[in-house]
Ligand binder design. Structure first.
Ligand SMILES: NC(=O)c1ccc[n+]([C@@H]2O[C@H](COP(=O)([O-])OP(=O)(O)OC[C@H]3O[C@@H](n4cnc5c(N)ncnc54)[C@H](OP(=O)(O)O)[C@@H]3O)[C@@H](O)[C@H]2O)c1
Length: 198
């Protein structure tokens, strides 16, 4: 079933707490501070695994569909290794921003940014940039994030080599969690969750 995702509108955002005081936007320049929200989107195992040998340890079609639905039309920020893992290059319908220290790197169909902060500044006009991985970029950008769209995979992956950083749940609340577990044809179970910074 197609998911409909409700992003907060400006009025809702105005009613909420001023998030800029809670995360490092406040030390940034005014263009970075224009983002009302910065979202992380990630699929993660029970052991916080997210990757293995440059790819994802699982195949969950419903997760890929959710990823597309949520990110379409928004800038997507990723590390160079995640960029290299994309099967068909730049993600269509989205501004692709690749974070790399290599000033000579010219990814086709994407822009580059020399740091996570430069990536956020690049998409300052958009109210909802998405951070799409991988491990290094999640770690660097979790402090700037206000939402986490999480696909919780109900399995552990001892062979994984890339992990999501620990989430301190004192600073986050569960905004939404599907009651029912999804299940792939191979019997892998998962749950869609949304976390919101307190
Ligand atoms: N499960 C999921 O939802 C999910 C999502 C995305 C990715 N993944 C997986 O995650 C893995 C890739 O993650 P990863 O941690 O290896 O790599 P990554 O975070 O995708 O990219 C790392 C690269 O980003 C650049 N970078 C990192 N920090 C930087 C900084 N502060 N300033 C400038 N550039 C910076 C560097 O590029 P240069 O070396 O070019 O300087 C670095 O090599 C893959 O297995 C992928 O499949 C999983």
């Amino acid at each position: 079933m197609e998911q409909t995702i409700a992003f907060p509108n400006d009025m809702e955002l105005m009613k909420e707490k001023d998030l800029t005081s809670l995360h490092p936007f406040s030390v940034f320049n005014s263009s970075t501070a224009r983002h009302p929200e910065v979202a992380i989107i990630v699929a993660m195992g029970e052991d916080r695994s997210i990757g293995k040998e440059g790819t994802m340890p699982w195949h969950i079609p419903a997760d890929l569909k959710r990823f597309k639905t949520l990110t379409m039309g928004h800038p997507v920020i990723m590390g160079r290794r995640t960029w290299l893992s994309l099967p068909s290059g730049a993600l269509p319908g989205r501004r692709n921003i690749v974070v790399t220290r290599d000033s000579g790197f010219c990814p086709e169909g994407a822009e580059t940014a020399a740091s996570p902060e430069a990536a956020l500044a690049l998409c300052a006009g958009d109210a909802f940039p998405f951070i799409i991985g991988g491990g290094e970029i999640y770690r660097a950008m979790l402090p700037y994030s206000t939402r986490i769209y999480l696909t919780q995979v109900e399995a552990s992956y001892p062979d994984a080599d890339t992990f999501f950083p620990e989430i301190d749940m004192n600073g986050w609340r569960e905004e939404k969690s599907d009651d029912a577990l999804g299940e792939t044809a191979a019997g892998l179970r998962y749950r869609f969750r949304t976390l919101r910074r307190i």
